[in-house]
Write a protein that binds this ligand. Structure first.
Ligand SMILES: [Zn+2]
Ligand SMILES: [Zn+2]
Length: 379
């Protein structure tokens, strides 16, 4: 696997080094390594600046994951003006570029994942996908090629147009101002800006690199994306990347209630307050179907005869279909009947519950048989 700037190359025209990014990406660790110990040595440990940094780092990261990524790039939910404004303003403090550029690059990543058109193509190595792609100018064929809906969004365009002053003000000026009020402008810069930016940036970068190399692929192996709960912990839930690539319009990345996905919880909270709506969610039946197909693919590869799996698969699929139809019928009836026939609606709800149980039993049967088949094949 390629490592180092020398290895950066693409199939198309040679790309020049992007010096502003090189200076920025080297400058942050350089400032942090020298100035943070200096501040600690000369001023001692001031918990207030560390608490501020923790809160500010969390807000910037959440503006990237919940704003840049799930709201603007994927439109997995809609949000009120103040939420969009907050994400655009605080997201600028992450120095990851404007939403217009970030979102357009990201959509290209999903569309052309693992190919030369993928801006952070993992096939070019860990270093390239992590940070190398930022050290060189954009491929000419994609330079200033922005997603139309984002380009037409006035707020998004405003942030793009004034990106640099906005980023400098929010990302560096603001923590320095807080530092000033807490007694040290230098601490504000070293801890609240330089150190924070390293954390915020690399937690995003690791999703592009590590989450395309290490982890599980429960939903599909047609792409390199992988689920990693460790990365989810550091990246505010974004580590469930295999699920995300398979169901990119879902506002969640960690789908089980206990999956560490603070971004999902923030969106849920905003929805509860009435500031977010239209949260897109993939149905459980569709998710399990993807898991089943992936599981079946693996079992056949491991040597389990396809025909023995067939009856179990049919059972799950049929139960899933039945459950889906009943739920759709129920929603239609609910609108048509309103409060007229609560008894009938209640009976339907019970029917749906029963068919959901049947579907889950069929899925458990599949899992049990898959386990059994694996033991037999390995014996
Ligand atoms: Zn990805
Ligand atoms: Zn995405």
């Amino acid at each position: 696997m390629a490592v180092g700037i020398a290895a950066i190359k693409t199939e198309s025209t040679p790309r020049k080094i992007c010096w502003p990014n090189v200076v920025y990406l080297l400058g942050c660790p350089l400032f942090a390594i020298t100035l943070v110990p200096y501040c600690l040595y000369t001023q001692g440990f001031d918990w207030r600046i560390w608490l501020f940094t923790l809160l500010f780092a969390s807000s910037t990261s959440l503006s990237i994951t919940g704003g840049y990524h799930r709201l603007f790039a994927h439109r997995s939910y809609s949000a009120k003006g103040w939420v969009r404004f907050f994400f655009l303003l605080v997201g600028a403090a992450s120095f990851q570029g404007s939403v217009l550029k970030w979102g357009s690059d990201h959509r290209r990543h999903h569309r052309y994942v693992d190919t030369d058109k993928d801006p952070y193509n993992i096939k070019q190595g860990f270093f390239y996908a992590h940070i190398g792609w930022l050290l060189i100018e954009d491929d000419l064929q994609f330079k200033d090629q922005f997603a139309k809906d984002l380009l037409n969004d006035k707020m998004v365009y405003f942030q793009h147009h004034y990106y640099l002053p906005l980023a400098l003000l929010t990302g560096i000026g603001f923590p320095m101002l807080v530092g000033y009020f807490l007694g040290s402008i230098l601490s504000g810069f070293a801890i609240g800006a330089a150190l924070r930016l390293i954390f915020t940036n690399h937690s995003t970068f690791f999703i592009n690199s590590l989450c395309h190399m290490v982890g599980k692929q429960p939903y599909s192996d047609d792409h390199s994306a992988r689920d990693s709960s460790l990365m989810a912990f550091f990246a505010f839930g974004e580590g469930y990347h295999n699920f995300h690539h398979q169901f990119q319009s879902d506002y969640r990345n960690g789908i089980r209630w206990f999956d560490w996905d603070p971004t999902k919880w923030v969106v849920n909270g905003l929805s509860y307050l009435g500031s977010a709506s239209g949260l897109k969610k993939t149905s459980q039946a569709t998710i399990i179907k993807a898991q089943l197909l992936m599981d079946e693919k693996r079992l056949i590869r491991e040597g389990v005869p396809a025909e023995t799996l067939h009856p179990f698969r049919i059972k799950v699929e049929e139960a899933g279909k039945r459950w889906k139809i009943l739920r759709e019928d129920y929603l239609v009836m609910k609108i048509e009947m309103k409060e007229k026939s609560q008894v009938k609606l209640k009976a339907m709800r019970l029917e749906i519950k029963r068919s959901q149980r049947e579907f889950k039993t069929a899925w458990q049967l599949w899992l049990a048989y898959a386990r059994h088949a694996r033991t037999v094949v390995r014996a």
